[in-house]
Structure formats: C-alpha cells, structure tokens
Design a protein around this ligand. Sequence first.
Ligand code: DO4
Ligand code: MG
Length: 273
Amino acid sequence: MKIYRTAKSLVLEVEDRYYRSNTASLDDLIARDDLPQYLESSLRSWQRADALALTDLQPPIQNQEVWGAGVTYYRSRIARMEESKDGGSFYDRVYDAERPEIFFKATPHRVVGSGGKVAIRQDSRWSVPEPELALAISPKANIVGYTIANDMSSRDIEGQNPLYLPQAKTYDRSCALGPALLVASGPMPDSTEIKLQIIRAGGTVFAGSTTLAERKRTERELVSYLFRHCSFPHGCVLMTGTGIVPPDQFTLQPGDEIRIAISGIGTLVNTVE
Ligand code: DO4
Ligand code: MG
C-alpha cells in the first residue's frame, strides 16, 4: 500500500487500484502506529480514482521535519574523507563510533516532491544528489512508512570545514522526497536496491547502485538516537544515508535530471533548477 500526496488530495494505491480523499491528513496517518490496519479498515471512506489522480505530486509529508543520518555506508565514509581539506579523520571515527551522525536537514517548505525542481546552492561549485531510503516515523518512534530521499549536498562547503555541514545540507529545495510513502508492513529486505541515474542533454552522465545490505547501522539504532531527548509531535522523516557517490570530478548542472529508484517504492525524479 502506498500513499501519494498531490496538490489536490491524498491518493492511496492498493493492489494497482487508486483511491483518493480530500479529508485524510498525512499528519494523522503518520501518527498512527497501526497505519496498515487503519488504512485497510477505513478504505471504504476513500473514493475510487484512476492513475490521473497522481498529477502534481507533492512530497509525502505534512508537518514533519526531515533529518539525516550520515556516513552509514563505507562509500560515504571514503567520499567524505577525500573531500575534506584536512583528511577528514572525524568521518572515519564516526563510521566506527557507537553514536551515529544525525543532522537536521529540512523543514517541509524546503522539500520538493517527485517532478519538482531541486536546487544547487549559488555559492557552491561542487554539488551532488544523495540517493537514500527515508523512514517515516510516528511520534512514538515507530517506523510507519518508507520513501525515497534526495539529500542534495554541497561537497565543497562540507569539505572546507565540518562545521559548515548545516550550510552544505540545508537551503531552499535542498531535499526531495517521494514519489510515495510505502506503508510499512515490516522492514524492507536487505536485498532492496537503490539506483541513481543522472541524465544531461539526453544522455546518462552517471549511474550507480547499492543495496540496503551495505548499510552499517540498523534503522532501529538510527531512530533510537534521533529520539533521544528529542520529541516529534507530528512524527518525522529520517534519511538513512547514501551509499552512492559520483566520482570527485562530477558536479551537478542546471537542467540535469536526477532519477532515484528504490524497489518496492518507485522512482523519484527531479530536475536541477
Ligand atoms: O557527514 C556528512 C553527511 C553525510 C551524509 O549525508 C550521508 O552519508 O548520506
Ligand atoms: Mg546524505
């Protein structure tokens, strides 16, 4: 079961059928620890729709903050150490430390949905997309859904000084989520593939893939650190880190199309403005 948010309504996809509701709210749904059962039992109050209901997709969040976990894949550890002016031994240490790196990413107004435009910071010369599995978490810290995230990042700014991380990560249109929220009926299998493709002037300029098996931290571990002494009245979204990093010579350009596919969820497609 998947939940989409469009400019007009919420749309539910159940076994290739679509249903929409103008009254259901994502804040209410993400707050439900029994979300799959609740949706099944309340399906009668949704109206049948067709696939056209999926136009003008918005990110599948309402009032949730978006947070990120970092250096959860070996590939990310290597890339950060390479970009760091002073060798970045702190990335090496955080990869092995008990406490994970967790950072604030975005408030909802900085997030775009599938089909929306993501941005490169004006003061950055080296920007990349970060394709990540994201967790939708209820106020009681239960994972109620999964979506695809693009954690747009300015590698030159984070590489200059780790204290610049919030500027490298948080700016308008720095995050994309979607196309849908896959309602969790259990964890996604380790074999789940994440694929990134970047298209420029009709040709692929970068493609890469990884699987959830490459992740060093468990989802429960990341969620439990995020919720330590930190409450989320509407729940929140946590991106679980990237395992795909384009080569160091690569930087995004305006007009590039970024496609991130995760099996079971779909494809998040964004153009760079
Ligand atoms: O430490 C910098 C950010 C790391 C990150 O966003 C990632 O590994 O996905
Ligand atoms: Mg990231």
